[in-house]
Design a binder for this molecule. Structure first.
Ligand SMILES: Cc1ncc(COP(=O)(O)O)c(C=O)c1O
Length: 352
């Protein structure tokens, strides 16, 4: 505690990211990265970018990247906002669109960065409990609010919400912004991007960290009505003019343009997920339905924290959340390669 700190800093409870251990021979299944590297076209674009132009600032508007994203999603560039990872995009969303008198609504079990942004920006929020099956029930969100946000599929459960349910919410809730955080949407969940033209209060956020294998490059974006995009741009231009550096823009453009590689690697992750779920179920695990590149699983005879620790002894890292209590029996396991899955299953067999 320092007397020099701003009052808000005393109150902050920062987000704790999954660890990035520097160990060899590690099976790293704890932060939902993609086990496959980025497209070879991304690597080529990064190498081409490593030139004397680095002495110059990047394009503050990231026009090339916005054009590539808009093209991929069939939108206009003024419907696209880009930032340094979707975490930064989300920070600007909270700042620009959620500071209202009525509380922001989000699930009690969800991406744990949301309450952190609320603390940073002084946003009042209400947690809406998932049902007993860990599902989002849209009816629970039909109440006065200053905004609504949830991931689809949700994290850390992985459970997808049907597009019709999202549309049902949007039809009724037109006076505040609804943000669907689609960080994991490309692994088998239906996207709400197709509803953007119809609902001016819908904002959808995406990341290149997961399906495009670029967690290290830090690029995310938001799609929505130009008025929402302008609000985000105003905040961004009051914060950092150049969130996307030259490498990030070059690599992200190449990634957005290589649809074939993107589809192939996503399909591979989904195939591995199907196989892993069957193998874990054969070991007695209960696995929640997943539309993501991770699964949420518990074993009736073994505690979540104990299993996590035992796996770690075998150099396999998964994520465990102690709170809220109802998820403490679960492990969140990122889908890796088939070889990594095999090591995981063999380790679990030895433990169980
Ligand atoms: C639900 C959700 N949203 C957003 C993010 C942020 O991703 P990034 O900042 O890498 O784009 C994550 C990261 O794990 C996430 O789980």
């Amino acid at each position: 505690m320092s007397k020099y700190w701003s009052p808000v800093v005393h109150q902050l409870t920062p987000y704790i990211p999954g660890e990035q251990p520097k160990l060899n021979d590690l099976v790293k299944l704890n932060t939902n990265e993609n086990p496959y590297g980025p497209s070879p076209k991304v690597i080529a674009a990064l190498q081409a970018e490593a030139a004397e132009t680095l002495r110059l600032y990047p394009d503050p508007n990231s026009d090339r990247l916005k054009a590539a994203i808009a093209k991929f999603h069939g939108l206009q560039t003024n419907q696209v906002f880009v930032g340094n990872g979707s975490d930064e995009v989300l920070a600007h969303v909270f700042h620009a669109l959620f500071q209202h008198e009525q509380p922001l609504l989000f699930p009690d079990i969800t991406y744990s960065f949301y309450p952190v942004y609320c603390g940073l920006y002084g946003i009042n929020y209400e947690l809406i409990a998932l049902n007993d099956q860990f599902e989002i029930n849209v009816d629970d969100y039909l109440r006065p609010n200053g905004g609504i946000i949830f991931p689809n599929p949700n994290a850390p459960t992985g459970i997808p919400l049907a597009l019709e349910e999202i549309e049902r919410l949007l039809k009724v809730n037109q006076d505040s912004v609804v943000v669907i955080d689609e960080a994991y949407v490309d692994f088998g969940t239906e996207s709400a991007v197709q509803l953007i033209e119809k609902y001016p209060n819908l904002l959808v956020t995406h990341t290149l960290s997961k399906a495009r294998s670029l967690a290290g490059l830090r690029v995310g974006f938001a799609l929505g009505h130009p008025d929402l995009i302008e609000a985000l741009t105003r905040v961004k231009d009051s914060f950092n003019s150049y969130p996307i550096d030259r490498f990030a823009e070059a690599g992200a453009v190449a990634a957005m343009q290589d649809s074939a590689y993107f589809k192939e690697t996503c399909a591979q992750v989904v195939a591995t997920r199907t196989r892993l779920i069957a193998e874990l179920e054969a070991l007695g695990f209960e696995v929640l339905p997943s539309g993501a590149n991770f699964i949420f699983a518990k074993h009736p005879a073994h505690e979540g924290d104990v299993l996590t620790a035992r796996l770690r002894e075998q150099n396999i890292i998964v994520r465990h959340f102690k709170k809220p209590e109802r998820i403490s029996p679960y492990l969140r396991i990122t889908i890796g390669t088939n070889a990594q899955s095999e090591r995981l299953v063999n380790a679990l067999k030895s433990i169980i």
